[in-house]
Design a binder for this molecule. Structure first.
Ligand code: CP3
Length: 367
């Protein structure tokens, strides 16, 4: 049965690996009843955690990503301190970009740097659509190790950058503030950009299918920077490629979550990509998002990451406000509206996770 034929509310077939004990997140993805709202944190294995910083003292970020035993260790760091309802593979969205043949360097000060930025048809022609099992075998290996360690305690999320967001790095050569480099080329050289996005869509599809085959229980597509596009350019350069990736996933039982930072204006469009869940930034009231697209998709989010600077009592009030705004019923996964910031106290992240579990019971009928 295809996911389209499967109606919201119907159970999914079992996963071939370990049975999942805490399946709140997978149920919420399918808008099925849960006892508590599931919660995880984007960048939950990150620099705000002392255990992560200790790991990073010993090895580079790329080494962490590329060594399955170390990626396993990094994935597990938040689980030792917080009762989150999902683990997320430790990796980075730029791993497949490197596998396509581009140089990617992570620097302390400026973040990722890609010295050979794409400028011409010859640059695009040189890129390969990599076989993930050959070029990124460490990713499926890490997934198998993580699942063996989790033993079905919670589901494991895989992820990839969406084609447009990966293209921004390949064209800009680094993280950008205004994205004028790529946006200029969308207008100046649209054919070149489509050729690049075409290769990226095939790469991302194969990469996520390899993660699903290895045991990822759900996958998140980060189209982080597509929110900088006008609706017309979003429709031409981001939407069709995301839709194509999702249509190409072997995902009878694997929900897809789509995140766009600054995407609130495109929610209806995003709900047509085939994603099961839309992950919201903090700029929109989640109740409004639910009224607009809640009949089609589940929603993830959407506390402002800066809310975690407040004291635990204020964090609890903020959590309650987001839960209240979503309201009673199915289809909510709690998260931040973007990744957790490196200087957030661990106790504040823990306070958020606990508050979600404690405050959310009254929004569910129980199961
Ligand atoms: O969520 C998780 O815990 C899983 C791991 C994960 C990382 N990056 C680890 C990481 C995930 C899901 C990502 C996704 C990612 N990477 C995105 C999309 C999500 C988002 O935040 O918008 C993007 C745009 C990137 C690209 C990237 N990676 C940037 C811009 C940077 C530098 C900025 C920064 O925060 O350092 C990275 C590095 C990175 N990715 C770190 C981590 C833990 C920090 C590296 C370090 O340890 O020094």
């Amino acid at each position: 049965m295809s996911p389209k034929q499967r109606q919201a509310g119907q159970p999914a077939p079992p996963h071939p690996g370990y049975p999942i004990h805490n399946d709140r997140l997978l149920k919420a993805c399918r808008r099925q009843p849960v006892d508590r709202t599931p919660v995880w944190i984007m960048r939950q294995a990150g620099r705000y955690l002392p255990a992560y910083r200790a790991l990073r003292k010993q090895v580079s970020f790329m080494k962490l990503c590329k060594t399955p035993e170390l990626a396993l260790q990094a994935t597990m760091t938040p689980l030792a301190v917080m009762d989150v309802d999902a683990a997320i593979l430790f990796s980075d969205i730029l791993i497949p970009v490197e596998a396509m043949g581009m140089k990617v360097v992570f620097t302390e000060k400026k973040g990722p740097q890609l010295p050979g930025a794409i400028r011409s048809e010859a640059d695009v022609a040189k890129l390969r659509v990599p076989d993930p099992e050959e070029t990124m075998a460490f990713v499926p290996q890490a997934i198998r190790l993580i699942n063996a360690e989790l033993r079905g305690r919670i589901p494991l999320l895989g992820f990839s950058g969406a084609p447009y967001t990966l293209a921004t790095y390949m064209v800009e050569g680094e993280t950008s503030k205004n994205f004028y480099g790529i946006k200029r080329r969308l207008f100046e050289a649209p054919k070149l950009m489509h050729a690049l996005l075409d290769k990226l869509a095939d790469t991302v599809t194969a990469y996520l299918n390899a993660q699903i085959a290895a045991g990822a229980h759900a996958v998140q597509l980060f189209d982080t920077w597509a929110g900088a596009l006008s609706p017309t350019e979003y429709a031409e350069f981001a939407f069709p490629y995301t839709q194509r990736v999702i249509a190409g996933l072997r995902r009878e039982r694997t929900p897809v979550i789509l995140y766009v930072n600054g995407g609130s204006d495109y929610l209806e469009r995003m709900a047509e990509t085939g994603a099961d869940v839309l992950s919201l930034d903090w700029r929109i009231d989640i109740g409004e998002a639910r009224r607009r697209v809640g009949h089609k998709v589940a929603l993830q989010g959407n506390l402002d990451p800066c809310a975690l600077y407040g004291p635990p009592a204020a964090i609890r009030a903020q959590v309650a406000r987001v839960l209240q705004s979503f309201g009673k019923g199915e289809g909510h996964i709690f998260n931040l509206g973007h990744g957790i910031l490196p200087d957030i106290p661990v106790a504040h992240a823990v306070a958020m996770v606990d508050a979600v579990h404690e405050e959310s019971a009254r929004f569910h009928r129980g199961v």
